[in-house]
Structures are given as structure tokens and as C-alpha cells.
Ligand binder design. Structure first.
Ligand code: DGL
Length: 272
């Protein structure tokens, strides 16, 4: 069981930012990543629909014999984690919202914390609940930024268009917006948003600390598997990439998120 892969799941390619952090943190582990590109985006769908999709995706991963599941999608973590844990008792199921919320509490000096995410994630309030659980006096400002998902998929994460959209979304948190009540840190609460870190830094003149939950999630997964004696130290770990739609597009766009080129031949088409 120790040598079994860790299953990682996202609505599409964005979760490859989390896979990248996991591979860096756990170099002796094998991974199997599923991007449910046929049903992307999850972020505009109802909680019931996202839960249904997430249950199907994790069932496929569990069927391959994984030893743990990482829900590398903020929207699915925000609305489907209890259902996924109930469906797979006995298997650790990790989300990205809890680690991101705890990292934000550590990063914020004022306790005023901004969250940018998809519509579904913001509507469900999971980040606010997780932040308040770690810091009951915190003030959480959440903002849905759906356009950023499309821009990231298009590769427009820098330059005037990206900065104009980021500026529009974050304007209330700039010095001439909510002023002293503005947050001092912002959680990048969507898998696609870490790619905008340089544009956000420029637009906000570096006055917001940026919290990316990928590294924190990887650290929590590593600690939990170590505690359970379930860590592997494989000399030649494997990495499988699965997608539910067009493997060419997955490879082309996915490379940007994984940080290394992905060949279409490396991606397996699966049906849910
Ligand atoms: N993976 C989703 C998230 O992190 C973003 C893309 C989508 O809407 O499906 O919320």
C-alpha cells in the first residue's frame, strides 16, 4: 500500500499547480492526476452538481488503487469534501481550502484577509468558515473573480489585459478603496490564480501578501502520510495524467500550470 500512488483530482489543468508542489515535497511518491476537463468549469456550477462530479472523479481514482486523494480544486474542496470523505472512509482525502485558510491566518498581521476564488467557492463560504475556525476575530473579504480562470487558460496572465482585470477585481482593496479596512493578505483561492501573482503584485504595489495553498497543502499531506507510516521512497516514481476531454488541449495548457512541457502522448483519455 505504501508504494500505491497518490490520486490528485481537479476540474481541469489548474490542479497541476498542486501536483507540482506535491511532487516537489514528496519526490519518492507516484501520482495519478485526473483533470475532469469535460465538465470544466466547476466554479460556475451549483454545489450539488460539483459534488456529483467530484464523487465520480474520485471513484475513478479510488478504482486505480490510490492510497490517498488530494482534491486539488478549490471549488470541489469548498463544496464536496464532506461527501467525498463519507464516500471513501478509510482513505485519507485532503482538500486545499483548510491549508490555504491556515496559511492566510499565519500571513496576516491585521486579521483582515481577502479571498479571491470562483463564484461557487465564494457562495459556499468555505474559506470564511475555515479562516474563522483558525482565527475567530478575523475579518474575511471574499470576491469572485471568474474571468481570471478564462484568462489563465488562454495564457494571458501578465500584461495590460491581465492587469486591467486584476485591477478591476481588487480595486476595493487598494489604498484608495477601503483604505485602512482593506485586507493585508489575499488567498489565491482558485487553482488558476497563482499564475497571476506577478500581475497582482504590480497592481497592488506589493501591499497584499499572497497566499497560495499548493505548498501548504503539500506540506500537510506529507505530514499526515508520515504520521500514518504511509510514505513511499520510490527510486523511480510514476506519474500518470488522465483527462476526460481533448488530451491535446490538456497538454498544451497544462504545461503552463505544471511548469514543465506536457506531451499529448503522456495524457490518457478516460470517461467518467
Ligand atoms: N479548479 C477550479 C478551482 O480551483 C477552477 C476552475 C473551475 O472553475 O473549474 O476552483
Amino acid at each position: 500500500m505504501r508504494a500505491a500512488p497518490i490520486g490528485v483530482f481537479d476540474s481541469g489543468v489548474g490542479g497541476l499547480t498542486v501536483l507540482r508542489a506535491l511532487q516537489r515535497r514528496l519526490p519518492g511518491e507516484s501520482f495519478i492526476y485526473l483533470g475532469d476537463t469535460a465538465r470544466l468549469p466547476y466554479g460556475t456550477k451549483s454545489a450539488r452538481t460539483v459534488e456529483r462530479y467530484a464523487l465520480r472523479a474520485t471513484a475513478l481514482l479510488v478504482g486505480t488503487g490510490v492510497k490517498a486523494i488530494v482534491v486539488a480544486c478549490n471549488t470541489a474542496s469548498a463544496v464536496a469534501l464532506p461527501a467525498l470523505r463519507a464516500a471513501h472512509t478509510g482513505l485519507p482525502v485532503f482538500g486545499v481550502v483548510g491549508p490555504g485558510a491556515r496559511a492566510a491566518v499565519r500571513a496576516s498581521a491585521s486579521g483582515r484577509i481577502g479571498v479571491i476564488a470562483t463564484e461557487s467557492t465564494v457562495r459556499g463560504g468555505a474559506y470564511a468558515r475555515a479562516i474563522l475556525a483558525a482565527h475567530p476575530a478575523a475579518r474575511v473579504h471574499a470576491r469572485a473573480c471568474p474571468l481570471l480562470v478564462a484568462l489563465a487558460e488562454e495564457g494571458w496572465v501578465d500584461g495590460p489585459i491581465a492587469e486591467a482585470v486584476v485591477g478591476e477585481y481588487l480595486r476595493p482593496w487598494l489604498p484608495d478603496g477601503e483604505g485602512t479596512a482593506a485586507p493585508d493578505c489575499v488567498v489565491l483561492g482558485c487553482t488558476h490564480f497563482p499564475l497571476f501573482a506577478p500581475a497582482i503584485e504590480r497592481v497592488t504595489h506589493g501591499r497584499l501578501a499572497l497566499v497560495d495553498s499548493a505548498a501548504t497543502t503539500a506540506a500537510e499531506v506529507a505530514a499526515s502520510l508520515a504520521e500514518a507510516g504511509a510514505l513511499a521512497a520510490l527510486a523511480q516514481p510514476a506519474r500518470r495524467l488522465l483527462a476526460t476531454d481533448d488530451v491535446d488541449r490538456f497538454a498544451r495548457v497544462g504545461g503552463r500550470f505544471l511548469g514543465v512541457p506536457v506531451a499529448a502522448g503522456d495524457v490518457e483519455l478516460v470517461d467518467l
